[in-house]
Write a protein that binds this ligand. Structure first.
Ligand code: FRU
Length: 454
């Protein structure tokens, strides 16, 4: 049987091969550069490269040549890029300003992880620095994923790096020599685990600038097999050396409530925080139905902070979609879809159940009550490819406002993204229907608008 292609139309996918984390995202003169963990020679995780693509609107991507290949220090794991406009690194030449990449070299045999740099003067070809590695900590395991940013407090470069049960901050004047400035240890809220892919960035609010620290985490649970990969965030201040979580919450704050959002980080050199994550889950990522590629990114979302009754929380708004949308039209229950990339806006006050289904009886069910949003993919299509896909079959998100609701649902062939309660709730979920969903049904009194993506 030929595998059905579940390739989304709006979400980023590679031309072929395997992808995971987004890397090195940087904005330069209207171009959004996306690098990503890439194994071009297979459909499962393998020796990691950095793939590369560029977009001007976050939706249409132009694929560029592979940017970084494994070397004698190891595979090229996750990391970031900065635009070194003032040529602090002195990598620039003849007026060409360098893009500097800082990434982890993971040694395949010893498992050693060190941080290295490379630079590009044309935004396509990268040269590795002869002095690599630039950060080492021989005694540390799980020491990876540097995210560099301009430090406006001490006027230098800083980076945040995952180091097992914590993240570490470093500073540098030239991107080559780095010194440690502080640690932020996770677990204060009861969630322990191995940190990955941290990010730290300022957000403007009506009460001044607050900083957000993002940490993707491998969280152990009783049953080792089911260990969870999820992304936490903390809100507070960056004092120039380290992050302090001044807006403490008793409960952990999760960035996305769905099962398929991991390793999300923001663009550098942009005046607002815009994030892209990997829309997959390590538990079953290597087994999902695939043709010539495997893995996809989430939509780009702007991150804002909102002051809720529970305290400050992250809110997400998807970007870039407007130009691709047809007119939104009110529809009744039972309407047939004309395409498998569509958006549905639902506004109501009472409980509602929205179902996308096909003639095979496969369906996704989205239920809204005044306290929860429940998304059920347990009957959505293919699922026996991995037992834990079904273990993550239902998402239950606690609602923020307890009255009227407004859901923005984006469905893109095999990816569902839901934004609710002003973006305070976001849910990303993959599904693999045998045939496209053909019908939209709902049973409450909500106003439902449908539109398509061109
Ligand atoms: C997170 C991660 C990173 C690592 C990369 C390897 O998904 O495990 O910590 O750099 O993937 O591909």
């Amino acid at each position: 049987m030929i595998e059905q292609d579940h390739r989304p139309k709006l979400h980023f996918t590679p031309p072929f091969g395997w992808i995971n984390d987004p890397n090195g995202m940087v904005h330069i003169e209207g171009n959004y550069h996306l690098f990503y963990q890439y194994f071009p020679d297979g459909l499962t995780w393998g020796p990691m490269h950095w793939g590369h693509a560029v977009s001007r609107d976050f939706i249409e991507w132009k694929h560029l040549p592979t940017a970084l290949y494994p070397d004698e220090l190891g595979m090229i794991f996750s990391g970031s890029c900065v635009y070194d406009v003032n040529n602090t690194s002195e990598f620039g030449k003849d007026g060409h300003k360098p893009i500097a990449a800082i990434f982890t070299n993971h040694h395949e045999v010893s498992g050693t992880e060190v941080q290295s740099i490379a630079y590009s003067l044309d935004g396509i070809h990268f040269e590795k620095y002869y002095g690599n590695p630039v950060i080492t900590e021989p005694s540390l395991k799980d020491f990876r994923d540097p995210k560099a940013f301009w430090n406006p407090i001490n006027n230098c470069w800083s980076l945040v790096l995952a180091a097992n049960d914590r993240v570490k901050f470093y500073r540098s004047d030239n991107l080559k020599l780095w010194s440690k400035t502080g640690d932020f240890v996770v677990g204060g809220n009861g969630v322990f685990g191995i940190c990955e892919c941290p990010d730290c960035f300022p957000v403007k609010t009506e009460c001044g600038i607050k900083w957000v620290l993002i940490i993707s985490m491998i969280i152990p649970v009783d049953d080792e097999r089911k260990q969870v990969h999820k992304t936490q965030y903390f809100i507070g201040q960056f004092d120039g050396d380290t992050f302090v979580d001044t807006e403490r919450s008793d409960d952990p704050l999760w960035l996305n409530c769905g099962p398929d959002h991991y390793a999300g980080v923001t663009f550098q050199n942009l005046d607002k925080p815009v994030m892209i994550g990997w829309a997959n889950n390590w538990k079953y990522a290597c087994d999902t139905p695939a043709t010539d590629y495997r893995g996809q990114m989430t939509l780009a979302t702007e991150i804002k902070l909102k002051n809720t009754a529970l305290g400050w929380r992250v809110a997400m708004t998807p970007l870039g979609l407007e130009a691709y949308k047809t007119k939104e039209l009110y529809v009744n229950s039972g309407v047939k879809f004309k395409s498998n990339a569509f958006g549905v806006n639902v506004r109501g006050a009472d409980n509602e159940k929205i179902i996308f289904s096909n003639e095979e009886g496969e369906e996704i069910c989205i239920e809204v009550t005044n306290s929860e949003i429940i998304v059920d993919r347990t009957k959505s299509g293919k699922k026996v490819f991995h037992p834990l896909y079904d273990f993550y079959g239902k998402t239950i998100a606690k609602r923020f406002s307890y009255k009227d609701f407004e859901l923005k649902i984006i469905f893109d062939v095999s990816l569902l993204e839901i934004f609710a309660d002003d973006g305070l709730i976001s849910i990303t979920m993959s599904v693999y229907p045998d045939n496209p969903y053909s019908t939209l049904k709902f049973d409450g009194d909500s106003k439902v608008e449908l539109y398509y993506f061109n």
